[in-house]
Design a binder for this molecule. Sequence first.
Ligand code: ADE
Length: 230
Amino acid sequence: MLAIVGAMAEEVTCLLSRVKVTAKEVVGQTEVYRAEGPRGPFLVAKSGIGKVAAAASTQILITKYGADRILFSGVAGGLKDGIRRGDIVMATDLVQHDFHLEAFGRKPGEIPGIGVSVACDGGLMRQFREAYAAAAAADPDFPPLHEGRIATGDCIVADTQLKNAIRDTFDAVAVEMEGAALAQVCKMNRVPFLVIRTVSDNADEEAIGDFDRFIEAAGIRDYEILKNFL
Ligand code: ADE
């Protein structure tokens, strides 16, 4: 069964308000909603913020609910020039920018047994490109779609120096706080996954104000694409 995960209420409320929800359960901190889409049942989950919450929720969705495809949808800070607030980013792969074993001769972000980054599923990426194209065809002002590596860590990046360091060390296009944790758990369980993000801020000194202003609008844009996915 497909599961769609968001970290914060603002990242799942829009989706939940537009689909038929048939049940809600809470496991640990994870809120799990059963929903009916045009092509059958699917799950929506609110994980909570950060890598630990995302990892716990992902394992719950796989082990307890039988999720066999997982899509994370939420907001991110843009790292590269040309990526603006409101744009959509589809991760090609994800890295944990705060994982450091260089002292043991590893590359920045490299996790033994996992690698530096974890790649998203090619089939889900193709499906998402089609869903995006359908949404964009219906609205001439629809924001652009970027593809690239997303960096994940347990901090809000609101500092130009840190932003530039993450961008340059990992060649990442966007930064957020859950995606690579979900990716690692999916890889450990051999479950295909995809992370998509709407850019809420530029991970600089303005990030906090932008984030608060933008997060609800981002959910609405996401839904315009996700509805073509369900
Ligand atoms: N999610 C959205 N914006 C972010 C930022 N600037 N840093 C980390 N996670 C984010």
